[in-house]
Design a protein around this ligand. Structure first.
Ligand SMILES: Cc1cc2nc3c(=O)[nH]c(=O)nc-3n(C[C@H](O)[C@H](O)[C@H](O)COP(=O)(O)O)c2cc1C
Length: 205
């Protein structure tokens, strides 16, 4: 109530607050692809994330269209390497890999977000924090465009061979997340959040 009164008449403010609250993680996408100019706009707005020393550490590789075939083949190879998928030719194994491949192919865009690892642990933390701010901005800017995102952290991100094979130098770079992106087929219900009063302490003296 207080917020509505304070920002009444400022439609942009309302829109940002709505997006913060109503954005949901999207698990099911329509087949339709997001146009490159829309993706560019989303990443452009996301790049206004705060960044210490103006390092802008975020880098992005988007795998889409035919580029997904290669990316998904590498994900499956990685899961075999790290023991999450079997390597035998049993029908059950083949079926499992095929359904995983189909599931991943149906996601229109896979955006790999990575950054250079600073050897100084404090700088590293600052860079990772800035990249996370960038990612949340991606989620919010995408929401404004009607585009859904799932922020994922997956085991293949930590497999150096996978990282190298997708063209990222694993000696100096780290993948922070892989964002699955596309127009939502279904928006999950809002699970709500714990009342912030339970986590907030204001110290006046
Ligand atoms: C760092 C991070 C990693 C996440 N990784 C995954 C993931 O691997 N798989 C997944 O389904 N959701 C993942 N999520 C999304 C959360 O599950 C989701 O934000 C949470 O359920 C709340 O739902 P909401 O985003 O719709 O409010 C991740 C979120 C964050 C911040």
């Amino acid at each position: 109530m207080l917020i509505v009164k304070r920002i009444s008449g400022r439609m942009k403010g309302i829109s940002i607050l709505d997006s913060i609250k109503n954005r949901r993680s999207i698990h099911n996408f329509k087949k339709e692809e997001v146009q490159n100019n829309v993706l560019l706009d989303i990443f452009h707005y996301a790049s206004y994330a705060p960044t210490h020393y103006m390092k802008e550490p975020w880098q992005i590789k988007v795998f889409q269209e035919k580029g997904k075939q290669f990316f998904i083949k590498e994900i499956i190879s990685s899961y075999e390497r790290i023991g999450m998928l079997r390597t035998d030719k049993e029908p059950k194994t083949i079926k499992m890999k095929e359904s995983m491949k189909q599931f991943l192919l149906e996601i229109p865009h896979h955006a790999v977000i990575f950054f250079e690892v600073d050897e100084d642990p404090i700088r590293y933390e600052e860079d990772y924090a800035a990249v996370c701010a960038f990612i949340q901005n991606v989620q919010l800017a995408a929401w404004e465009h009607g585009v859904g995102v799932l922020w994922t952290i997956t085991p293949y991100m930590h497999d150096q061979t996978f990282v190298e094979r997708i063209g990222i130098n694993s000696d100096v770079m780290k993948i922070a997340a892989v964002l699955q992106m596309g127009y939502p087929l279904k928006v999950p219900r809002n699970k709500g959040r714990t009342a912030i009063e339970e986590k907030l302490e204001i110290i006046n003296k």
